[in-house]
Design a protein around this ligand. Structure first.
Ligand code: FES
Ligand SMILES: [Fe+2]
Length: 346
């Protein structure tokens, strides 16, 4: 596959910098420094003084990777090469060979904005963060039973491609036959409301529709009279932002939520974090089944998404994607949102 031009890639990476991006599950940051890559920047994460510190992974002395170092007394990050110690703001606070001599003011490494929320560590690489974290009210809602947050293997695709894969609502019977759609019976979902796709000032896109889908194996299992595959009527509310996609499904059984957030490792590499939650079938012993079901769907999508050309979306006006209306309206609206946020396309 031909790569976008270096200018396109640089434009995309720089446009994504002001947003908050997920990079690690909170539980995975303990007493060791951890290496993450965000928008091609190599970053070392540590817990220092009880807070997340995100520093550029290059020691200011001779440039060794700080991820090779150690956390000392839960307070500073020490470089493995000559023992320089950095506090959580990236300031060097000790150079062992210097003893009491003054530490040069330039002895500091770049620090990035970091915060913890929804069980994840989020970073922003720009000086001024833009926008909020994706909305996730179900995280605090006691009605929902939540599975553990899962980090998935990296996909060879850009973040917008992953968001759009989860936003697309006309591929179910093709890619997920008898899982999300009915095999051999493609159907147009019935869009809901006067404006079925709404995009807020804050950059949150909401798409609502009604459709029929196969009953999930988790629900089918709980029924005594198990028979051939049943069809159920459901309503979807999909909520997308620049780097997240939440599918909320309302059925007679209750509400289930698939919350996906995406880490843009580079223009063509993405790591997803997913949390499943639901208001029914709340037995934690069933969590594995739900996880397996979701992973199966993701793997079906993966083959398609990694095949899509080009890596970065072509601009709408180039008409390189032949969108159909009304079928593809949610995708068109998402692309418009990306263009409004100045995330450049190839
Ligand atoms: S390279 Fe880090 S202390 Fe020398
Ligand atoms: Fe899909």
């Amino acid at each position: 596959m031909s790569s976008p031009s270096p200018e396109s890639i640089a434009g995309y990476l720089s446009a994504m910098r002001p947003f908050w991006h997920p990079v690690l599950r909170s539980v995975d940051l303990t007493d060791r420094p951890i290496h993450v890559v965000l928008l091609t920047e190599s970053i070392v994460l540590s817990r220092l003084d009880g807070e997340v510190s995100a520093l550029t992974n290059v020691c200011r002395h001779l440039g060794a990777a700080l991820t090779l170092g150690d956390i000392v007394d839960g307070r500073v990050l020490r470089c493995r090469y000559h023992g320089w110690q950095y506090d959580r703001t990236g300031r060097c606070v000790d150079i062992p060979l210097r003893g009491e001599e003054k530490i040069p003011a330039q002895a500091r490494v770049r620090r990035y904005h970091a915060q913890e929320r929804y069980g994840l560590i989020w970073l922003c690489l720009a000086d001024e963060p833009q926008g909020d974290l994706p909305p996730y009210p179900e995280f605090e809602d006691p009605e929902f039973h939540r599975n553990e947050l899962v980090q998935h293997a990296e996909w060879r695709a850009s973040v917008p491609r992953l968001v759009m894969a989860a936003l697309d609502d006309t591929h179910f019977s093709w890619v997920h036959p008898d899982v999300l759609g009915l095999a051999g019976q493609p159907r147009l979902p019935q869009r809901l409301g006067d404006r079925p796709v709404v995009v807020s000032e804050a950059g949150v896109l909401t798409s609502r529709y009604r459709t029929s889908m196969p009953e999930s194996p988790m629900v089918a299992e709980s029924r005594a009279d198990r028979g051939p595959l049943r069809t159920v009527d459901v309503e979807f509310t999909n909520v997308a932002t620049v780097n997240s996609m939440k599918n909320v499904i309302y059925s007679d059984a209750g509400v289930s939520v698939t919350w996906n957030v995406y880490q843009p490792v580079s223009h063509d590499r993405t790591i997803s974090f997913t949390q499943l939650s639901r208001t029914y079938d709340q037995d934690p012993a069933h969590d594995g089944l739900w996880e397996e079901f979701n992973l199966g769907i993701k793997e079906q999508d993966r083959a398609i998404v990694e095949s899509q050309q080009p890596w970065l979306l072509p601009p709408l006006k180039a008409q390189m994607i032949l969108y159909l209306r009304p079928e593809d309206i949610p995708l068109v609206e998402f692309q418009k949102l990306m263009e409004r946020l100045d995330v450049p396309q190839i």
